[in-house]
Design a protein around this ligand. Structure first.
Ligand code: BTN
Length: 260
């Protein structure tokens, strides 16, 4: 990967500038700094290796050289889109899912709110971060990490949820650059439909564990258990509790576990 190859790859897409690093701390940190310095909508930061990659809930995200896709899209939401900020990380998950379907014929699922699974194992994660100046939103960073080769998958004892890679499931080598392009293309397509029912429907169609019993654990909050029903209009997870009641879980610092 190099910046020239990436630039020509994206010349048909609304990606005005690209920063590429063989090694970086975190592409999200670079993207946040770029927003502060005045980045345009659609700018992209990509790296082959991250030494301080970050995941949700302050976890580490390891990116080994040549093994993964690690990149951050800078998006400057329009006033209209600001109402839908909660939909941007599912947007990343949907873009990855659709690229895996279209390019490789795989069947990804989205573990609410935004982990991408293949065969019930995590293959990609999204870290959305917002840059605020006072109460003014400067932009958002949609950080995406995708395990492409088996070497990208951390050892089982370091994982909270089982993981896999695209190549392990596809059964053959995968062109990382072509996959990156397909993801970014799909991201722009779905971004234009963020407010449409189609977007939520596409997310819901790929929702993992539908009909199964799950436990939602929040930081410092009592856990909630229920059967997965779907997604509501605000992107919340709909569950049916043991007394038949409908429970809505809103996106926050929560994680979802399948019940044994
Ligand atoms: C998660 O599932 O916890 C989210 C993982 C997000 C990882 C990506 S890799 C590119 C970008 N840069 C980071 O430091 N994190 C995100």
């Amino acid at each position: 990967m190099d910046v020239d190859a990436l630039t020509s790859l994206f010349n048909s897409l609304p990606v005005p500038h690209i920063r590429y690093f063989d090694t970086i701390g975190s592409t999200n940190d670079e993207a946040l700094a770029w927003i502060a310095a005045g980045a345009q909508d659609g700018c992209l930061v990509a790296a082959d290796q991250q030494t301080l990659g970050r995941g949700r809930l302050n976890r580490r995200w390891i990116t080994r050289p040549g093994a993964a896709l690690a990149f951050s899209m800078i998006l400057l939401p329009t006033p209209d889109e600001i109402e839908y900020l909660g939909f941007f990380s599912p947007l990343g998950a949907l873009a990855i899912s659709q690229a895996l379907e279209n390019m490789l014929g795989l069947v990804p699922q989205i573990k609410w709110p935004n982990d991408v699974l293949l065969q019930n194992r995590k293959v990609a994660g999204i870290l959305l971060e917002a840059a605020w100046l006072g109460n003014q939103l400067q932009g958002i960073v949609l950080g995406m990490g995708l395990n492409v080769t088996a070497r990208a998958v951390p050892p089982a004892n370091e994982l909270l949820f089982p993981a896999t890679s695209v190549e392990e499931v596809a059964g053959h080598a995968v062109d990382r650059l072509a996959l990156l392009k397909a993801i970014v293309q799909s991201l722009f397509e779905w971004r234009s439909k963020l407010k449409e029912t189609d977007f939520r429907r596409a997310w819901e169609q790929r929702l993992a564990f539908t009909g199964q019993w799950v436990r939602i654990e929040g930081t410092g909050k009592p856990s909630v258990t229920g059967q997965v029903l779907g997604i509501d209009a605000s992107g919340g997870l709909l569950l049916r509790g043991s007394a038949g009641e409908t429970i809505t879980v809103t996106v926050g610092d929560v994680h979802l576990r399948l019940m044994e």
